[in-house]
Ligand binder design. Structure first.
Ligand code: FE2
Ligand code: FE2
Length: 253
């Protein structure tokens, strides 16, 4: 944990409340607001870079999470979180497949030429996009355990940057999921441009969540294992039990 660019330590720039940060689209912004948006995005990029540099940090490379799971006992808080990640990644593979199929249909002009409602095949794909996205939304207890239990524990130990960035990404993730559900519902209702946008939004969500999971598995969790004392994990586990589990896990107290 000797890299001062990583943890512990505050990221560059003034402290900000990321959880209340409002997203706006470029097309609706005035020039001044565009400048502000650009500065804000640059600030976010700096925070990410400081907390998760490309080569890894704090002795943890992004790939080092691969061996971490094997070192954790069944039922360990981090083992459960990693197993849930594995199940979320399966859902992302499926969502990526559906997005590719929708994109191919769009390239063939199927989506543009179709009459007011999607055909049965297209409709089936769009309905499955909703099912898969709702499963991702159903992983909320996973994010809650991180935000309410694991991240505060790291902050208490002086490790502030990585959990702050992950919490910011949770906010972004929830917005992406909401947007994809709304766009897919509009496509099912017969909005043709919406049908084409589903593929783009789905691919964006898949890439975003895969990268988020890679950072947690490869950097944040190994950092947590190294920083949090052995004796503290039982109490952390009890607090996680109180929140509950997702993705097929049903740990009891
Ligand atoms: Fe997370
Ligand atoms: Fe996670």
């Amino acid at each position: 944990m000797g890299d001062k660019g990583c943890v512990p330590g505050k990221p560059p720039g003034p402290a900000r409340d990321w959880t209340t940060m409002k997203k706006t689209t470029l097309t609706t912004l005035a020039p001044d607001a565009l400048e502000e948006q650009k500065a804000q995005e640059e600030q976010e990029a700096m925070e990410r870079q400081a907390a998760y540099p490309p080569g890894g940090c704090c002795g943890n490379s992004p790939a080092s999470g691969a061996g971490l799971r094997g070192r954790l006992a069944e039922g360990h808080v981090l083992a459960t979180l990693m197993d849930e990640h594995a199940r979320i990644l399966v859902q992302l593979d499926r969502l990526e497949y559906l997005a590719r199929q929708l994109s191919l249909a769009d390239e063939r002009g199927v989506l543009e030429e179709a009459i007011s409602v999607p055909d049965a095949h297209e409709r089936g794909m769009l309905e499955e996009v909703i099912e898969v996205t709702e499963r991702l939304v159903g992983a909320e207890s996973h994010h809650q355990r991180e935000e309410d239990v694991l991240f505060p524990e790291l902050v208490r130990l002086g490790i502030e940057g990585p959990p702050r960035v992950m919490e910011m990404e949770h906010t972004d993730l929830r917005e992406r999921e909401r947007t994809l559900l709304a766009t897919t519902a509009a496509a099912l209702a017969g909005e043709r441009p919406a049908a084409a946008r589903v593929a783009v939004q789905a691919v964006g969500l898949v890439r975003f969540l895969r990268e988020h999971i890679a950072k947690e598995d490869g950097v944040l969790y190994p950092t947590a294992l190294a920083a949090i004392g052995e004796a503290a994990w039982d109490e952390i586990r009890r607090r996680c039990d109180a929140i509950g589990y997702c993705c097929g896990h049903h740990h009891g107290p």
